[in-house]
Design a protein around this ligand. Structure first.
Ligand SMILES: Nc1nc2c(c(=O)[nH]1)N[C@@H](CN(C=O)c1ccc(C(=O)N[C@@H](CCC(=O)O)C(=O)O)cc1)CN2
Length: 298
């Protein structure tokens, strides 16, 4: 049976470290500030944003939440981001995704000042990560958190290991592939047009599933002893729990996979909690840089 990688516990460790460093920074005169923006009433987004704001307060940060109606115009949102760009008390700006359809997410992301882009989605940060400038980039929170979990079982250097990332999104798949490459893994990105995905997945010592399709990766796709990082968070019907009930599953069929893998992240309690912990870490780093201090290695 595979080792279960406890993302909740690792996230709690990260948050504890961030809080300790934040205390020192605050004593030296800089309070890390995080502004989180949500537009509309998507229930999952509301939960994530509330968790982010709450966690920021727990870390001792100055935490501001902007809750905007779904009808907010793109121009209004741009204006808010520009105001936050100029606010010296704010070191991190996060616009919760997805945004309502009438707003161009790309334009909003590119409006965020790169030095406050704690989501790591701005072209400047994407480019830095892509060219190996990891030290000065902001790395997107979910891949950064996934790498920390991976490090717990495989160490920092992945030389000689084959990694397969299923999914090519800008938020997870592509940055994850870049981080694996920076750690010396041999990386393949697979997607909906990949031929014989199960066979390719079976070549992976490290398999990252980030497709958003419930339990797509089956046990017989997994090489014996592989490390499986499940980034998917899918809510599915669970009639066995009662009428109208739901449950969360990942992109990996967990029970099948744990019988074959060497280590695996569960859903919930794996990569998800790391996303919020790494946002706190990125905000601390941003505040350290603004204060002219060397950010801690987290
Ligand atoms: N601007 C951004 N928007 C979105 C991001 C992001 O990184 N930046 N990521 C996702 C959602 N997300 C954070 O925003 C997120 C998803 C899941 C979790 C989490 O802790 N999940 C728990 C389960 C929670 C539940 O019960 O529903 C888990 O996996 O254990 C945290 C953050 C999209 N948008």
């Amino acid at each position: 049976m595979a080792e279960i990688i406890d993302g909740k516990a690792v996230a709690a460790e990260v948050v504890e470290e961030v809080t300790r460093h934040a205390r020192e920074l605050i004593a030296a005169g800089t309070t890390p500030g995080l502004a989180v923006i949500i537009v509309g009433e998507d229930p999952a987004s509301q939960v994530y944003v509330a968790s982010k704001s709450k966690k920021a307060k727990e870390c001792g940060f100055h935490s501001v939440q902007h809750t905007l109606p779904a009808e907010t115009s793109e121009e209004e949102l741009v204006a808010l981001v520009e105001t936050l760009n100029r606010d010296p008390a704010i070191h991190g700006i996060l616009v919760q995704l997805p945004l309502p359809g009438h707003i161009d997410s790309g334009r909003i992301i590119q409006t965020i000042a790169p030095e406050k882009d704690v989501d790591g989605f701005h072209f400047i940060n994407v480019g830095k990560l892509g060219t190996g400038e990891v030290e000065t980039a902001f790395v997107p929170c979910t891949p950064a958190g996934s790498m920390l979990l991976l490090e717990r079982v495989r160490g920092k250097d992945l030389s000689g290991l084959n990694a397969v990332v299923i999914g090519r999104s800008n938020i997870v798949g592509k940055p994850m592939a870049n981080l694996l490459l920076a750690a010396n893994a041999t990386v393949t990105i697979a997607h909906s047009r990949t031929k014989d995905l199960p066979a390719l997945a079976r070549t992976a010592d490290i398999l990252v599933a980030a497709v958003g399709r419930p339990e797509m990766v089956r046990g017989d796709w997994i090489k014996k002893g592989a490390t499986v990082i499940d980034v998917g968070i899918n809510r599915i019907a669970a009639p066995e729990r009662g009428e109208g009930k739901t449950r969360l599953v990942g992109d990996v069929a967990f029970e099948e996979a744990r019988a074959v893998a060497g280590a695996i992240t569960p859903v919930p309690g794996g990569v998800g909690p790391m996303t919020i912990a790494m946002l706190m870490a990125n905000t601390l780093v941003s505040a350290c840089r603004a204060a002219g201090r060397t950010p801690p290695a987290l």
